[in-house]
Design a protein around this ligand. Structure first.
Ligand SMILES: C[S@@+](CC[C@H](N)C(=O)[O-])C[C@H]1O[C@@H](n2cnc3c(N)ncnc32)[C@H](O)[C@@H]1O
Length: 365
């Protein structure tokens, strides 16, 4: 009989079990272990519990015969299945509140950039679309709407979302497939040369610029020749530019922990520009980079204010700790209150930080 985890109520046991791989010797392993052929797997990783709470796990998975697994084994698999085997830099939660924040943020990006799919990408021959690091899958649903509303497009189009964690996948996927995959690992062969359009949005906080070539090369394997890669990313260059138009001591006080966190982890402050270079280096054709501004566009202001307030309210204590500005949780909480007060005052003055959304597009030859 299976032992119940303290988190059993929240555990998506069935989904996990469906994802397990039975090996020839009768053991049940998670796919990473089955692929690697390892008998056990040891790692320390920042993972998430099955309800999406970030957690630090020390892992040592035995491969036990079917029916003898303890909940720890399942839970370990849950974490591995959810997170891959990388020590995670990614600082955001994966709970319901974060899913709502991602969906609202997506709406702002769409309103700022004019649609889910860049107008330079032809849609009439599209038959399969993928979104990598999909989160809640929100981009896929809007991309499907945009494609369906475009005259001359097909009706039988396949949509697939990949993410390193299943925690935010929709409960009712409505004919869109989702699977767990780390963008830094090779994609399964069944996805090779399959997609006419592959999208990525907002991975800047997950890994350093030095890993962009590996990610893009993996994405190229799932694109059909002639297919398009679109990567939408935050551009913080105007936020750190000494001559940036929206800079003042108040905004710097709020953005400082975020910028320090990015710098400390070698994360990019100008990801779209870095991606544009990588797209060209790997031989993508027709590479272009379009930048969408929020600042200076009055109709976007209410949404942008809400977005900044929610993001910094959720993140500030963690950022203060991770950037080394605060030495303890208590200090982080009180410092966060001060800085969030400055943010409210900054926004009340009608100001908006100059964070931009860059869309980089290229075609596989
Ligand atoms: C900020 S969220 C963006 C989600 C979605 N693209 C959107 O725009 O709403 C980043 C997502 O990337 C996922 N992620 C982080 N590292 C990843 C990796 N190495 N491979 C695939 N997904 C990853 C996270 O689990 C999270 O869902």
């Amino acid at each position: 009989m299976r032992n119940k985890s303290p988190l059993a109520e929240a555990d998506p046991w069935n989904r996990l079990e469906q994802n397990m791989v039975s090996t020839a010797d009768g053991t049940l392993r998670h796919p990473l272990q089955a692929d690697s052929g390892l008998d056990s797997y040891s790692s320390t990783l920042r993972g998430c519990t099955a309800d999406g709470t970030p957690d630090l796990w020390s892992i040592n998975t035995p491969t036990l015969p079917l029916g003898q697994q303890s909940w720890e084994y399942h839970h370990t698999c849950a974490c591995l299945l959810a997170m891959g085997d990388a020590e995670e830099i990614y600082p955001l939660a994966r709970d319901k509140a974060e899913s709502t924040r991602l969906n609202n943020q997506h709406k702002l990006v769409l309103d700022a950039s004019g649609g889910a799919i860049d107008p330079s990408i032809p849609l009439n021959t599209v038959s399969a679309v993928a979104d990598v690091a999909t989160g809640t899958g929100v981009w896929l649903y809007d991309a499907r709407k945009q494609i369906n509303e475009t005259p001359g497009t097909g009706t039988q189009i396949y949509y697939h979302g990949f993410d390193i964690s299943a925690a935010q996948f929709p409960e009712n996927p409505d004919e869109i497939e989702f699977s767990v995959h780390d963008i830094l690992k090779p994609f399964p062969a069944e996805h090779h040369n399959r997609y006419d359009l592959v999208n990525v949005k907002f991975l800047v906080a997950a890994f350093p610029e030095s890993q962009y070539p590996a990610a893009v090369n993996n994405l190229l394997t799932i694109l059909k020749p002639g297919g398009y890669l679109q990567w939408i990313e935050f551009d913080f260059s105007a936020v750190v530019d000494p001559n940036g138009p929206a800079r003042n001591p108040r905004s710097d006080y709020v953005t400082e922990p975020w910028v320090k966190f990015l710098e400390h982890n070698n994360l990019s402050l100008s990801a779209p520009e870095a991606l544009e270079t990588v797209f060209k280096d790997v031989g993508l054709a027709k590479v272009k980079h379009r930048s969408a501004l929020v600042r200076g566009r009055d109709h976007l202001k209410p949404q942008a204010r809400e977005w900044l307030l929610t993001f910094f309210t959720d993140m500030m204590p963690l950022l203060l700790l991770k950037s080394g500005i605060a030495a303890s949780q208590e200090q982080a909480e009180s410092e966060a209150t001060r800085r969030l007060g400055e943010l409210a005052a900054y926004l009340a003055e009608g100001e908006i930080m100059d964070v931009r959304f860059g869309t980089v597009v290229g075609q596989k030859l």
